[in-house]
Design a protein around this ligand. Structure first.
Ligand code: HEC
Ligand code: HEC
Length: 258
């Protein structure tokens, strides 16, 4: 990340095309298409994809009783291959009681609190990543539909505003890199379109699985901005905007990224 300052200068002062604006639907591409053949092969082969270990952990947790209700996810939801199919492709989704969008992680923790009488799992903890990877894996290959609910409109708009807003000491908006300069390189790595198709995913730089929120927070730190807290309304809105911006792209969980 230390090289981001030089890069930002390059992005700002190099002869770049005028603002390209939002990416047309038929030009949207997953981060997968920007990767080299080795990283693609790692994602494609379940026996070499390190994210699959988390999926297997999640599968075990799915049928483990937890909390004072002594219920497992499977006791209510049965076989995840059918009950959870396509679910992650429409998250963040509106929670009618809370009257706001919630992420898949938050939904899982609501089930722990309300249906298992168990304590919430910490963001980025192995168990929460494993459960969300297992649930999201049931949507692999399914087209993203998040943000379709008309009641979510104001939240999608909030996320879009955040995506377009310049921030941090480097005074860059997400869109300056991910709409205007994708396919250019930053510290040797290609800048992608920031399509959230693969989360939670295994990042080689992290040497572990991580959530979309972790990825967004590291981009915020990259431009020297104060990163929003996990689960904050701002991060959820950004996540919702990214998912609705990726509508039609297929889920890849667990993806692998450099
Ligand atoms: C006692 C029954 C029960 C248990 C145990 C339970 N859930 Fe749920 N779950 C529900 C109900 C009911 C809903 C619908 C939303 C609500 O009323 O909370 C739901 C909703 C969900 C959804 C959202 C589905 C959608 O279509 O939007 C996910 C994902 C989910 N649960 C995952 C889990 C996971 C993971 C566990 C285990 C950690 C779990 N649930 C444990 C009852 C349960
Ligand atoms: C200075 C350029 C820059 C800015 C500004 C920036 N990012 Fe990134 N972002 C990157 C780079 C570089 C990566 C890693 C390579 C890649 O996936 O593009 C990345 C990765 C991502 C990814 C992962 C894509 C995938 O395939 O998994 C997402 C999502 C993302 N950024 C969202 C954001 C959001 C939201 C913001 C604003 C809060 C933001 N970025 C700001 C450069 C930037």
């Amino acid at each position: 990340m230390s090289s981001w300052r030089a890069i930002a200068a390059a992005l700002l002062f190099a002869a770049l095309p005028a603002l390209a604006g939002e990416i047309p639907p038929d030009a949207r591409r997953s981060g997968y298409t920007f990767m080299g053949p080795d990283t693609r092969a790692m994602q494609d082969d379940d026996t070499s994809n390190p994210g699959m270990l988390f999926v297997l952990d999640g599968e075990a947790l799915w049928s483990t009783k937890a909390g004072s209700a002594e219920k497992a996810c499977a006791d209510c939801h049965g076989d995840a291959r059918s009950s959870m199919k396509g679910v992650a492709a429409r998250y963040p989704a509106l929670d009618k009681l809370l009257a706001r969008p919630i992420t898949l992680d938050q939904r899982i923790n609501l089930c722990r609190a309300n249906h298992q009488q168990a304590t919430a799992l910490t963001y980025e903890s192995r168990d929460l990543l494993a459960l969300s990877a297992f649930v999201a894996h049931q949507s692999r290959g399914i087209a993203i539909t998040a943000g379709d609910d008309p009641d979510l409109k104001p939240f999608v708009a909030q996320g879009r505003d955040l995506f377009m807003q310049r921030e941090g000491q480097l005074n860059l908006a997400c869109s300056n890199c991910h709409d205007d300069n994708f396919d250019k390189r930053l510290a040797g790595a290609p800048i992608t379109q920031a399509q959230p198709t693969g989360y939670p995913l295994y990042r080689l730089e992290w040497q572990t699985l991580g959530s979309l929120e972790r990825r967004l927070r590291s981009c915020m730190t990259g431009v020297r901005a104060q990163a929003y807290e996990y689960g904050s309304p701002e991060l959820v809105a950004l996540e919702l905007y990214l998912m609705s911006r990726a509508r039609g792209l297929k889920m890849e969980t667990p993806a692998v990224r450099p």
